[in-house]
Ligand binder design. Structure first.
Ligand code: SF4
Length: 335
């Protein structure tokens, strides 16, 4: 597989309003780097406020980073103008969490799915492309579905329209930001399976953004865990979920619901403590006020992201990383 998208050291800072009187600086991304190969699925996992959506916007170049670089297919697109970004927009698409606000209620489903083809001046075979996209997301019969308006559809059907609209241009990159979080529970699994089926059929690269590490397990080949603007752990999905190294990843996994004997889903635990505000990040390791293993170095020094096992990286002082091979199979030690 060859590299499609690269983000290097992305920092995003902005001023957030504070009361009537002033503003406070917020760093939404703090030196984030990631790579996405063609046809690969990378899941970006973290709680609300971790910076996932900001990173999604940077990857789609809807937001220019304050510092750092974004490259697509070998070209540095960090500072490209709207005109220059047109080709990139045709090759990359976003699917967002709210299927209610992301669709124009005055347009028919057919017009909504056709719109990207119109914007990019693709005239030939538009109607066939729209029907094909609707069939692919299982909105059938497509001629009938194309004539409907969004208010005539369920939440799950609306999200399928959003997916058809994203895929009608046959993009190489799709950024799906919490695509099932506002869909009713009965449609969630269906939509995730549909996305995986489409991803495999078309070889599209997917950046799948979620707060739910359980869905990341089923949907991704690699995973990156974010906490307050930083990636704190990343590696192959099976490795990260099977052998989580960072205490935050361990806490997210403990919070995954499990079935109880009455066949209902029961939450085992929640991540202890409130997520801190990006406007007032804790010093050193941002996770230290919530971490059960905090020790003297944690509030003082931010841990770097180091390769602890081959291809498995973590940012935690418990894992010095200097003698990686020797530490394989060992329990983490403080200091
Ligand atoms: Fe916990 Fe310290 Fe590791 Fe941060 S660096 S996750 S506070 S042990």
């Amino acid at each position: 597989m060859s590299l499609l998208l690269a983000v290097d050291g992305a920092v995003v800072e902005f001023q957030a309003r504070k009361g009537l009187l002033g503003s406070v600086p917020v760093r939404a991304l703090d030196g984030v780097s990631l790579r996405l190969d063609r046809g690969e699925t990378l899941a970006l996992v973290g709680e609300s406020g971790s910076g996932k959506t900001t990173l999604a916007r940077v990857c789609l170049r809807l937001q220019e980073p304050t510092r750092g670089r974004v490259s697509f297919d070998g070209q540095d697109i960090t500072h490209w103008t709207a005109k220059r970004l047109q080709q990139f927009r045709r090759r990359s698409q976003g699917i967002f969490q709210d299927p209610f606000s992301s669709l124009d209620t005055n347009m028919t489903v057919g017009q909504i799915v056709e719109e990207p083809l119109v914007i990019h001046g693709l005239r030939d075979g538009r109607q066939e492309a729209v029907y094909k996209a609707l069939e692919e997301v299982k909105l059938t019969p497509p001629q009938e579905m194309a004539a409907k308006f969004p208010h005539m559809l369920s939440g799950g059907q609306r999200q399928r329209v959003a997916i058809a609209r994203a895929l009608v241009l046959q993009p190489e990159l799709v950024v799906a930001d919490e695509p099932v979080s506002m869909v009713d529970a009965s449609s969630r699994a269906e939509i995730l399976y549909l996305l995986r089926e489409l991803q495999e059929r078309h070889g599209t690269a997917f950046l799948y953004i979620t707060h739910d590490i359980a869905t990341a397990y089923h949907f991704s080949q690699r995973i990156a865990v974010m906490y307050l603007g930083r990636i704190v752990e990343t590696g192959a999905t099976r490795e990260v979920i099977g052998n989580p190294l960072h205490p935050y990843t361990q806490a997210l996994l403990k919070a995954v619901p499990e079935p109880d004997p009455d066949n209902r889903l029961r939450r085992r635990a929640v991540v202890e403590g409130e997520p801190p505000s990006p406007a007032h990040p804790p010093s050193g390791c941002h996770f230290h006020p919530r971490c059960p293993y905090t020790f003297e170095r944690c509030p003082v020094q931010a841990p770097p992201l180091l390769e602890v096992r081959p291809g498995h990286w973590a940012a935690c002082h418990l894992w010095p990383g200097a003698d990686v091979a020797a530490r394989l199979g060992e329990k983490p030690q403080k200091g």
